[in-house]
Design a binder for this molecule. Structure first.
Ligand code: ARG
Ligand code: ZN
Length: 853
C-alpha cells in the first residue's frame, strides 16, 4: 500500500515556496500519549515564489485539533502527507493545534521518548511529525518556543537559541537566527548538566552545557574539551565565531544516527558523548572528538548557510566532514588521519559506488531522503572538497570560503552557489569539475610509463564504469599529486599536482639521469582506483623510502593485497619482499606507532572480496578468511621477537590518558598483541585482560581471547562486570559476533538475539548484533545462507518499528552481485523476502528495490 503511494522527488522539479515565514511561535505541552503542539506562524507572500493563494503544509501522523487563519476557522483538507487550504495572497496569521503521542514513536523521528526523556530528531523531514509546517530547508524563520511539562519528571526543558524566561513546569526559548525546521529541537527530562564556558574571539561569553542522565555526569569532560577545541579551531582556521549565548549538547541513548546539529542544541547518540577511561576505548575518544567537532562546525556550514533542497545535502555534509577531518588531523596526526579516512572511504563509499546503490554526490531523485545520508554524500562529498582545495591552493580555498560565508550567510544554497564562489574567488572555470557532483561511480585511472634519453613519461587513461541511470560518463578533472624518487631513495622531484582532464593524457619529465620511481596519487589526492603494473620489489622500495606517508602505507597495502590475492587464488606462500619490508617498518622507531599499526594491519575481508572482484575473480569468503588467518599467523611467526619486544616496551608507565601520543602507542601494542596471541597460547591476552584498568586494553584483550577459542570465560567475566553499562554492553555483543569463526557467526548472533539484554528496539544494540554479523564477512556469507536468513528476519521485524534504521541496514546486501551463483541466489531471495513483506516502509522498499536493480 505504502509502496504504491511512494513517488520520487526530482531535483529538476524544484520550485520556491509561495510564502515567506516571518515568525514562528510554538507552544508544546508535553505528555507521553497526548502532547499538544500549538503553532502560530506569520506568513507573507514570497516575491520570488509562485503565486500565493493556497497554503500547503506538510504533516504526518498528526491529530488536528483546530486551525485558523487570521482568527477564523481555516477550510483545511487533510491527507496522508499534510493539509491544504485556501489562504490570502497577502500576509496572514496561521494558528493550529495538533496532538501527538511521543511515547508511541518508535521510529525515533519527530518527537519521541528515550528512557523517559523527550527528545526530537527532525532532519530530514521529522518536523512534519510535530506540527503542520512547510517542512523544507529553504523555508527559514526565527522561532520562539514555550515548553510545558510535569516538573517532577521533566525538570529540565531545552530548545534552540537562548533561554528567555522560565518557571516551575515551563520554559521559553528564543532563536533569533532564521532556520529551517529540520534544525528545530526540543528536549525535556531529568538531566544533569556538565557546565563550562567559552569566550569567543570578539569577547562573547558562551555558556556551554552537556546534558546527560544522572550518573553519567562524570563522563562528559572529554566531549566538553573537544567542544572548546572545536570552537577555537573554527575561529582560527575559518574565522567562524559562535553566535548565541548558549550552546547545549544532549546525550540520548536511542538515536538513529551519530548526532544532529540542531541550532544551539545538538543532540547526540550517547556513544559519541560519554567517555571514561574504564568504559571508552581510544577509538571512542577519537570518534567523540570528531563528531563533536562535526556538529559544532555545522553551525556555519549547515545552519547559518543551509541547503536549498535535500539534493544539496552534500553542500553541508561534504564540507562539514572535510572540516572535521582537517580538525582531527590538526589535533592528532595528519598522516594517520588521512590513512584512516581513506580506509573508511574505500570500505564504505567505494563499496557503495561499485554496486546497485551508486549515486552522484548530488543525487537527482529520491523516494525517501533518509536513504541518501550515504558515504557518497558525506565521504565522497568531502573528497571532492579536498580536490578543490588542492586545485586552487590553500590561499584560493581560504578566499573562496571567506566569500562563501560573506555572500551566502542566512541563505539556503546550492552546489552551483558553492562552485561559483570558487570561480569568483580564484578565476578558475569549474564547469568540468562539477562532474564530480553529477556523475556517479569511481573513476578508474590507469597509468603506463616509458623512459628514453633521460625523459620520463607518464601516460594516463581514465574511465568510469556505468552506474545505475548513467551508462556513459565524461572525463573528470583528476588532480594527481606526484613525486619522483631515485633508486637510492632520494626525491628527484618533490610533490607537484598533475591535472588530468582528458580521457587520455601524457606528462613528460625531462632531465632524469636515472629511471625514476613514481610516487603517484600522494595523499590519495583523488577518490579514484589507480592501476599500474608494478613489481613487489618496487612496492617494497616505496614502503621503505616514500617520503609521502600515505603512499608509504599504500605501497605496503598493495603488497599485502597482492600476497593475499595469490594465497587465495594459487595457494601461494607469502613472499620474502613483503615480510622483510614489514619487519623494517615494524622496527623503525622513527615512525609513528599508529602508522606502524596501520602498516601491520591486513586489508579487511570485504576489501579483499572487492579487490578480487575487480581483477575478475569471484570471491570465496571462506578462502579469503582462511588466507588472512594464515598470513596473520605467518607474520606473527616471522616477527615474533620484534613484536614481543614492542609489546613489552610499549607498556604504559602511568595512568591511562586518552591523548593521541598514548593512544598511538596503545594502537601498536594492541596490533602486536593481536599477532602474538596467535602463537603464545593467549598468555599475554589473558594477563592483559585480568590487569586492564581501561577499556582499550580490556576490550583489545577480550577480542584476542574470543578469536582464539571463543573466550567463554573472559566473555562471562566481562558481562558480569559491565551488565549495567549500555554502551559497554554494545561492545560485548558486537565483539562476540564480529570475531566468531565463519561457521559459528550466524549461530552466535542468533543466540545473542535471545539474550535478555538484547533490546532490539535500541538502534545501537541492534547494530551491534545484526550489523556485527554483517560486518563479519566470512560469517555473514557462510555457506548455507544462515547469515542472510537471520539478517533478513530481523530487518523484517525492525522495519515497522524503525524504518530508518532497517532501511540503512539493507546495505549489508548491496554487494550481492560480487559472489557466486549460490550466494547471489540466496542473497536475492533474502531481499525478495523483505520486499514481499506486507506494509514494508517506503524507506526499506526504496532500498531493496534499488539493491535488486
Ligand atoms: N545532519 C546530521 C549529521 O550529519 C545527520 C542527521 C541525519 N539524520 C537522518 N535521520 N537522516 O551531522
Ligand atoms: Zn553532518
Amino acid at each position: 500500500m505504502k509502496e504504491a503511494a511512494a513517488r520520487a522527488v526530482h531535483l529538476k522539479d524544484y520550485a520556491p515556496y509561495p510564502y515567506l515565514l516571518d515568525d514562528v511561535s510554538l507552544q508544546v505541552r508535553l505528555d507521553p500519549k497526548a502532547t499538544r503542539v500549538v503553532s502560530q506562524i506569520r506568513f507573507s507572500p514570497n516575491p520570488d515564489g509562485p503565486a500565493a493563494g493556497t497554503l500547503r503544509l506538510d504533516g504526518e501522523g498528526l491529530r488536528l485539533i483546530r486551525a485558523t487563519i487570521d482568527g477564523a476557522p481555516a477550510d483545511v483538507t487533510v491527507d496522508d502527507h499534510g493539509l491544504t487550504c485556501p489562504a490570502p495572497a497577502t500576509a496572514f496569521d496561521w494558528e493550529c493545534e495538533v496532538e501527538i503521542a511521543p511515547a508511541d514513536n518508535t521510529a525515533l523521528e519527530g518527537l519521541y521518548m528515550s528512557n523517559g526523556m523527550y527528545c526530537t530528531q527532525c532532519e530530514a523531514e521529522g518536523f512534519r511529525k510535530i506540527t503542520y509546517y512547510p517542512d523544507r530547508p529553504d523555508v527559514m524563520a526565527p522561532f520562539s518556543v514555550r515548553i510545558e511539562a510535569d516538573p517532577a519528571t521533566c525538570p529540565v526543558l531545552l530548545s534552540n537559541g537562548n533561554p528567555t524566561v522560565a518557571g516551575d513546569g515551563w520554559a521559553e526559548w528564543q532563536d533569533p537566527w532564521p532556520k529551517p525546521a529540520y534544525l528545530f529541537a526540543l528536549v525535556a527530562g531529568d538531566l544533569v548538566r556538565h557546565a563550562d564556558s567559552f569566550r569567543t574571539l570578539s569577547g562573547r561569553e558562551v555558556d556551554l552545557g552537556i546534558w546527560v542522565r544522572p550518573g553519567d555526569e562524570g563522563k562528559c569532560a572529554y566531549a566538553m574539551d573537544a567542544l572548546k577545541r572545536s570552537m577555537a579551531w573554527d575561529e582560527a582556521e575559518y574565522g567562524r565565531e559562535y553566535d548565541l549565548n548558549t550552546f547545549n549538547i544532549v546525550a540520548v541513548d536511542d538515536f538513529n544516527m551519530g548526532a544532529m546539529e540542531n541550532k544551539g542544541l545538538n543532540i547526540f547518540n550517547s556513544k559519541y558523548v560519554l567517555a571514561s577511561p574504564e568504559t571508552a576505548t581510544d577509538r571512542d575518544y577519537e570518534m567523540i572528538e570528531g563528531i563533536i567537532a562535526h556538529e559544532y562546525f555545522h553551525n556555519w556550514t549547515g545552519n547559518r548557510i543551509t541547503c536549498r533542497d535535500w539534493f544539496q545535502l552534500c553542500l553541508k555534509e561534504g564540507l562539514t566532514v572535510f572540516r572535521d577531518q582537517q580538525f582531527s588531523g590538526d589535533q592528532r596526526s595528519h598522516a594517520v588521519k588521512r590513512i584512516d579516512d581513506v580506509l573508511t572511504l574505500r570500505a564504505r563509499q567505494f563499496r557503495e559506488d561499485n554496486g546497485p546503490l551508486s549515486h552522484p554526490v548530488r543525487p537527482e531523485s529520491y523516494i525517501e531522503i533518509n536513504n541518501f545520508y550515504t558515504a557518497t554524500v558525506y565521504e565522497k562529498g568531502a573528497e571532492v572538497i579536498g580536490m578543490l582545495r588542492r586545485l586552487v591552493g590553500e590561499e584560493g580555498y581560504r578566499a573562496a570560503l571567506d566569500l562563501y560565508f560573506d555572500r551566502h550567510d542566512g541563505q539556503a544554497c546550492t552546489i552551483e552557489d558553492w562552485l561559483r564562489v570558487f570561480e569568483d574567488a580564484t578565476g578558475r572555470d569549474l564547469t568540468q569539475f562539477k562532474r564530480w557532483y553529477t556523475q556517479s561511480g569511481t573513476p578508474r585511472l590507469s597509468v603506463r610509463e616509458d623512459y628514453t634519453d633521460n625523459v620520463y613519461r607518464l601516460h594516463f587513461r581514465q574511465e568510469t564504469p556505468p552506474t545505475p541511470g548513467q551508462p556513459e560518463k565524461g572525463p573528470q578533472v583528476i588532480p594527481v599529486a606526484l613525486g619522483l624518487l631515485a633508486p637510492d631513495g632520494s626525491e628527484t622531484m618533490p610533490t607537484r599536482v598533475l591535472e588530468i582532464t582528458e580521457t587520455e593524457q601524457s606528462f613528460t619529465f625531462p632531465g632524469q639521469e636515472t629511471r625514476p620511481i613514481p610516487s603517484l596519487l600522494r595523499g590519495f589526492s583523488a577518490p579514484v582506483i589507480l592501476t599500474r603494473q608494478s613489481t613487489a620489489e618496487e612496492r617494497a622500495f616505496l614502503l621503505a623510502h616514500d617520503t609521502d606517508p600515505f603512499n608509504k602505507w599504500e605501497a605496503g597495502r598493495t603488497l599485502a593485497k597482492d600476497v593475499l590475492s595469490r594465497m587465495v587464488t594459487d595457494d601461494a606462500a607469502p613472499g620474502p619482499d613483503y615480510l622483510s619490508a614489514l619487519r623494517r617498518v615494524t622496527q623503525d622507531d622513527t615512525l609513528d606507532p599508529a602508522f606502524r599499526a596501520l602498516a601491520l594491519a591486513l586489508p579487511s575481508d570485504d576489501d579483499m572480496a572487492q579487490t578480487l572482484t575487480d581483477s575478475g575473480v569471484t570471491p570465496d569468503p571462506l578462502a579469503i578468511w582462511t588466507a588472512r588467518e594464515k598470513l596473520s599467523l605467518r607474520i606473527a611467526e616471522e616477527l615474533s621477537a620484534v613484536l614481543g619486544d614492542l609489546y613489552d616496551a610499549l607498556e604504559r608507565p602511568g595512568p591511562y590518558s586518552p591523548d593521541p601520543k598514548a593512544a598511538n602507542a596503545r594502537a601498536l601494542r594492541q596490533t602486536a598483541l593481536g599477532l602474538l596471541s596467535r602463537i603464545d597460547g593467549g598468555t599475554r591476552a589473558q594477563k592483559q585482560f585480568a590487569a586492564a584498568d581501561n577499556m582499550t586494553d580490556e576490550l583489545g584483550a577480550l577480542a584476542c581471547l574470543i578469536r582464539a577459542d571463543g573466550g567463554d570465560e573472559a566473555t562471562a567475566t566481562f558481562y558480569r562486570r559491565w551488565a549495567d553499562d549500555r554502551l559497554v554492553l554494545d561492545k560485548w555483543f558486537a565483539l562476540q559476533v564480529g570475531y566468531a569463526a565463519p561457521a559459528d557467526a550466524a549461530d552466535v548472533a542468533a543466540r545473542l538475539t535471545q539474550h535478555p539484554a538484547f533490546d532490539w528496539k535500541n538502534p545501537n544494540r541492534f547494530r551491534s548484533v545484526i550489523g556485527g554479523l554483517g560486518g563479519n564477512h566470512a560469517g555473514f556469507h557462510a555457506a548455507g545462507g544462515a547469515g542472510y536468513e537471520l539478517v533478513a528476519d530481523w530487518l523484517i521485524r525492525l522495519d515497522p518499528v524503525n524504518p530508518q534504521t532497517a532501511a540503512r541496514m539493507t546495505t549489508l546486501f548491496e554487494t550481492w552481485h560480487r559472489y557466486d551463483a549460490d550466494r547471489r541466489d540466496m542473497m536475492r531471495a533474502a531481499l525478495e523476502r523483505i520486499r514481499a513483506t506486507r506494509g514494508l516502509s517506503r524507506d526499506s522498499a526504496e532500498m531493496v528495490g534499488r539493491i535488486l536493480g
